[in-house]
Ligand binder design. Structure first.
Ligand code: ZN
Ligand code: ZN
Ligand code: FE
Length: 739
């Protein structure tokens, strides 16, 4: 074949979100428009393109490739090299090539797109009412991928051969389903195992139906039926923790809650997370959906099956993860009958296997931007840039609660989906198989294991035992230093700054329970420069759910005498705890901000016990009113002294919740001001589970800002322990690189 001397052939390697987003059809179309010859194919790096044509057209191709790539596709890096021209005409989509390193990104699961939703309810469309339709813009990804590259044969759709109609769409570059790997129709695709009508009739009748979703089973129940929800709570052993609600669309969401523009954007994004909204007063929901809460978790239907269910229900559904409290979400068909036996009245299943579990994500909007509470479905496993010079492949094993793990590759951090609290065998198995799965999928063998210092954390033991077997370098990272580093990594920062790390529990190197710490540090090292004045937890862990016990301890230290009746406790129990505090028997020293909040809730008369982790603190935040008093705290050179506030809370006559938040924020800001003078740092990072409390977060951020501080908060990973593994990974990389 003769070659035209005015033509060149370029090889382009695209890295980023380029598989499973309609990238190849887009490239094919673009090349066609510009009259370029060549090919495009997926490989383990992402996608490889070869284009041949005149120089101006090649340049236009590269410019338009970046500018016109439809969301959620994203090119992180485009490498270019010159090849000899071949003169071969036409542009083809080549087969995938499995050689080389697995550097492609795996896409998260994507909510049903507007076009697919329209087809679902269009009587003229051949996919009318088909519960598994999807296209290159939407559908399952992470939850069905078995291996890379992302091709149908490497997904749980491998067993479904395309029918002639689907094949035609799949092969047609002009079609929305061109190379849509999970595409299917009623003729060739997955099917429901039982009738949809049966499930909706049961839901209407107040029954509990387990519904197979993307990353696992939900338990669904009519959100307006109080009896049904109480039955669900009873069976699931979930007494009071708020439940999330699923609605058909944005209009329906606006019917039950106030939705800002930023919240609407999140609700309708391809990630379709649960967004914490401010509920409307007469929204028709049963009171037992979210008792005592000032927020309501709302998500939009994100699979075709959800859309069909909600259309048939003509009202919101409670959708909660299919498990017993504290267990991971059920996702394996063979297990679901046993695991949800006695919980669900019926199961709505189908024959598309789920390759890996993935819980719903939970987020809220704070000051117009994303504040994640749980980063899972729709976000995982898109990597986060570490912005460091580390090369080591690090596995950071995370915390005990809200566990996620994190695996690094080059400058990218793959933060796992939500694993949960490592409290039982099922959760531990999910943790271990999750790690093995990521290592296989991304073809990574960690040489470094980063872990918390708590010797009894299951994740810590996993790291220590594995390193004995496999010889990895171990890097122990103090819990609150990991929170600080997570906030640094979240913001792409490397400087030395102050970290206000307020949470429930973290192992302190002095043998006490830390949790109200101000650290001075960077990604590599830290030292504690400030803290909450220590107090004791009478009875240790049992004080976590019984804030009144901590209140008794605080009052004793503050010289305030409480009375059992006003605290809402039987006199005998009160006396026993008071005696415990006086003797110091079974009293664990701590500086935990989380426990201080629990105690403040008891003292303020808001709640003396927590039926789930953090309940009293959430109720205390819910009781806040804007403006008004500021509870008094004392501040020394390195300590926030809560004793005056305890006295004030107990003697107060007016509302106390807001005053407590403002008082603690004011004291913290004042201490930061002193520390700035001492250490010449003017940046403060806010992290730890207490920073989910947006009242505290706002009060603190404003006060710091007004004092001239730059304030860093979380944007991509949760401030709670769900973000901890990212911080551990950042610390390990910084230490090894000697940054
Ligand atoms: Zn679609
Ligand atoms: Zn078909
Ligand atoms: Fe923590």
């Amino acid at each position: 074949m003769t070659t035209d001397p005015t033509k060149q052939r370029w090889a382009l390697t695209a890295r980023g979100l380029v598989q499973g987003v309609g990238f190849r059809p887009f490239v094919h179309r673009l090349a066609g428009e510009l009259g370029l010859a060549g090919l495009v194919r997926n490989d383990l790096l992402g996608a490889r393109i070869e284009v041949e044509g005149t120089l101006p057209r090649l340049a236009a191709f590269v410019a338009r490739l970046r500018a016109e790539l439809p969301a959620p596709g994203y090119i992180e890096r485009l490498d270019q090299e010159l090849l000899p021209a071949t003169g071969e005409p036409g542009f083809v989509i080549g087969a995938s090539c499995a050689g080389g390193l697995a550097e492609a990104w795996v896409l998260p699961d994507l909510a049903t797109c507007p076009e697919c939703r329209r087809e679902l309810f269009d009587p003229a469309d051949r996919r009318l009412g088909y519960p598994f339709l999807n296209c290159t813009h939407c559908g399952p990804r992470f939850s069905i991928v078995r291996d890379l590259p992302y091709d149908r044969a490497n997904t749980t759709m491998a067993g479904f051969a395309l029918c002639p109609d689907c094949q035609r769409e799949y092969d047609d570059p002009a079609d929305r389903r061109f190379h849509a790997q999970p595409t299917a129709c009623a003729v060739c695709g997955p099917r429901l195992a039982s009738a949809l009508d049966d499930a909706t009739a049961r839901l209407h009748a107040g029954q509990i139906v387990a519904v197979k979703g993307l990353g696992g089973y939900h338990l669904a129940v009519d959100a307006r039926n109080d009896d049904a929800i109480r039955r669900l709570r009873d069976r699931k052993h979930r007494e009071a923790k708020p439940l999330a609600v699923m609605v058909a669309g944005l209009d329906e969401a606006r019917g039950i809650a106030a939705v800002s523009a930023a919240e609407a954007e999140l609700l309708t994004s391809p990630a379709a997370p649960i967004v914490l909204l401010s509920p409307r007063a007469d929204n028709g929901l049963a009171p037992s959906v979210a008792p005592g809460q000032t927020t309501l978790g709302v998500m939009l239907a994100y699979t075709p099956l959800h859309h069909l269910l909600l259309a048939a229900m003509a009202g919101p559904l409670v959708m909660t993860s299919g498990n017993l409290t504290d267990e991971p979400i059920a996702y394996v068909d063979a297990e679901v009958r046993t695991r949800l036996d006695g919980v669900a009245d019926a199961i709505l299943s189908h024959n598309r296997p789920i390759e890996r579990r993935c819980d719903d994500s939970v987020v809220r909007v704070w000051r117009g931007r994303l504040l994640p509470y749980r980063r899972s479905r729709g976000y995982a496993p898109v990597p986060l840039a570490l912005d460091d010079h580390g090369e080591a492949t690090v596995l950071a094993v995370g915390s005990h609660q809200k566990n996620t793990f994190c695996l690094t590759r080059g400058g990218e951090a793959f933060l796992s989906h939500h694993i949960g609290d490592l409290e039982n065998d099922l959760a531990l198995a999910a943790f271990e198989t999750g790690i093995a799965d990521f290592e296989r999928l991304f073809r990574l063998q960690p040489t470094v294991l980063a872990h918390d210092l708590h010797p009894d954390y299951w994740a810590t033991r996993y790291a220590l035992e594995r390193a004995v077997r496999e010889g990895q370098v171990l890097v122990g990272v103090q819990h609150h230093h990991a929170h600080l580093a997570a906030c640094l990594a979240d913001n792409g920062r490397h400087d030395r700054l102050l970290g206000v790390c307020f949470d429930g529990t973290g192992w302190g190197p002095d043998g006490s329970v830390w949790g109200g710490e101000i650290l001075l540090g960077d990604r590599r090292d830290y030292r504690r420069v400030g803290r909450l004045r220590p107090f004791v937890l009478p009875g240790g862990e049992s004080a976590v759910r019984q804030g009144w016990r901590v209140a008794v301890a605080l009052a004793a230290q503050a010289g305030v005498s409480l009375d059992a009746a006003r605290l809402g406790v039987e006199p005998e129990r009160f006396d026993a705890v008071a005696a415990m505090v006086a003797s110091g028997f079974a009293c664990l020293p701590t500086s935990s901000a989380g426990r201080l909040f629990d105690a403040a809730a008891a003292l303020a008369g808001v709640g003396s016990v927590s039926r789930y982790e953090g309940e009293a603190a959430i109720l205390l935040e819910g009781a806040c009113r804007a403006g008004g008093d500021v509870a008094p705290f004392d501040v020394s050179a390195d300590e926030i002294d809560w004793r005056p506030a305890v006295d004030w809370l107990w003697r107060r006559s007016g509302p106390a919740a807001g005053a407590f938040h403002r008082g603690l924020a004011e004291a913290t800001a004042r201490l930061c001001e002193r520390l700035r003078e001492q250490h010449s740092v003017a940046v403060v990072a806010l992290s730890g589970g207490c920073m989910q409390n947006v009242t505290l977060l706002s009060e603190l951020a404003d006060r710091l800002h007004n004092r001239g501080f730059e304030v860093l908060t979380h944007r991509r990973v949760p401030p709670n322990d769900g973000g901890l593994s990212l911080g551990q990974a950042a610390v390990a990389r910084a230490r090894l690189a000697g940054d």
